[in-house]
Design a protein. Structure first.
Length: 361
């Protein structure tokens, strides 16, 4: 059977906020895709998916049938994704679904996961991401997609220069005990080790700075570029995740209409308590260790949300994202929501740093 693949943009009924990306092709489907299992698509169609992904860095396969996580993993392998099964050093609480597919996040539903590129706080991070929607949420739970070059253009010039020059330092403090609400992970779960010797080997291999503090807390830091050259387009892109109390607070405020007020206040109170601790579990600083202040935080947030399209998941959606060109997040959700994720084509940012200082804007 000839499978005619069509390409279109997201329609107004498919998004929650920001419609400006509708002109860009995004969705791939076929007229008869409801009868077509994603693993039965032809080689010719797979080539079209690869071409579109290479060109735009984002593809949504919508309207196909799928038989769950193994089917998703098998599709990615047919698309030549070199899947990573470890998520080594990753911050988000996740569970394995197959050997190389995870839950996208187990973070509490009321939390907003704002703009980030995956594992941007580590040297080793994926070039490719894929998500599969097993169960769309009954309410909310949309995924925003962020145009990382547009974020760069949206930033005040002085701030983008500062980010480029100073870079970013991510500081994390780990305990060996699990946290209440499963918000942050232990060092054992994060680095997939059982003892300190194994941990030391993993930290050395990943090029992270570390220090054991007197109270048995592990401090880990990593300094990485905030600007990366997109190898496909040569354009500058912003790559970061912003952890500080202002970022958390401003996201809650931005989407306050989506909350029952007492719940929003409780979430805000909980987050503020975490950030008031001297050893906050995760903090984003400039590379010289100085704070990203409230105004700068809000400028970055505004630049990101102005470059976002927020789409609603449908059953069996598969989303492929280039992790340099596109950031992502998750809005607050009333669960259940089953979106699973896979990471592919790991690379080392230290091998790209020099190029990023030579590119055109
Ligand atoms: Fe993520």
């Amino acid at each position: 059977m000839y499978q005619n693949l069509s390409i279109r943009s997201l329609g107004p009924h498919e998004v929650s906020y920001n419609h400006h990306m509708h002109q860009k092709p995004f969705i791939l489907s076929t007229p008869n895709s409801q009868n077509l299992n994603i693993n039965d698509v032809s080689t010719q169609m797979l080539e079209e998916v690869k071409e579109t992904y290479q060109r735009y860095g984002r593809v949504m396969l919508r309207g196909f049938k799928s038989d769950g996580p193994r089917c998703f993993q098998s599709l990615l392998e047919r698309l030549d994704f070199d899947l990573d099964g470890e998520y080594l050093g990753g911050a988000s609480p996740r569970s394995n679904v197959t050997t190389k597919v995870y839950t996208s996040t187990d973070a509490p539903g009321p939390f907003i996961i704002s703009y980030h590129t995956e594992m941007c706080y580590l040297n080793h991070r994926p070039r490719q991401l894929a998500f599969y929607c097993q169960q769309p949420p009954p309410h909310n739970g949309e995924t925003p997609i962020f145009d990382c070059h547009q974020i760069y253009l949206n930033l005040p010039l002085s701030l983008s220069k500062k980010l480029e020059t100073k870079q970013l330092m991510y500081v994390r403090y780990f305990s060996s005990k699990k946290s209440w609400l499963n918000v942050y992970k232990t060092w054992q779960d994060t680095f997939l080790v059982e003892n300190k010797q194994q941990l030391a080997e993993k930290l050395k291999a990943t090029g992270l700075e570390s220090e054991w503090l007197d109270d048995g807390i592990l401090k880990v830091s990593c300094t990485v570029p905030a600007l990366i050259q997109d190898p496909v387009t040569g354009k500058k892109t912003i790559s970061l995740t912003l952890f500080n109390k202002w970022a958390f607070h401003s996201n809650l405020n931005r989407f306050k209409d989506r909350y029952f007020t007492p719940l929003r206040k409780a979430v805000d109170w909980y987050a503020m308590r975490q950030y008031d601790k001297p050893k906050v579990f995760f903090e984003t600083l400039f590379g010289d260790g100085s704070q990203i202040n409230k105004e700068e935080t809000e400028q970055i947030q505004q630049a990101a949300w102005d470059a976002a399209t927020v789409f609603k998941w449908q059953q069996d959606d598969i989303l492929l994202l280039d992790n340099i060109r596109w950031g992502h997040g998750r809005l607050n959700v009333i669960k259940p929501r089953k979106v699973i994720a896979a990471l592919g084509n790991m690379y080392d940012i230290r091998e790209m740093t020099l190029q990023s200082h030579q590119v055109e804007t």
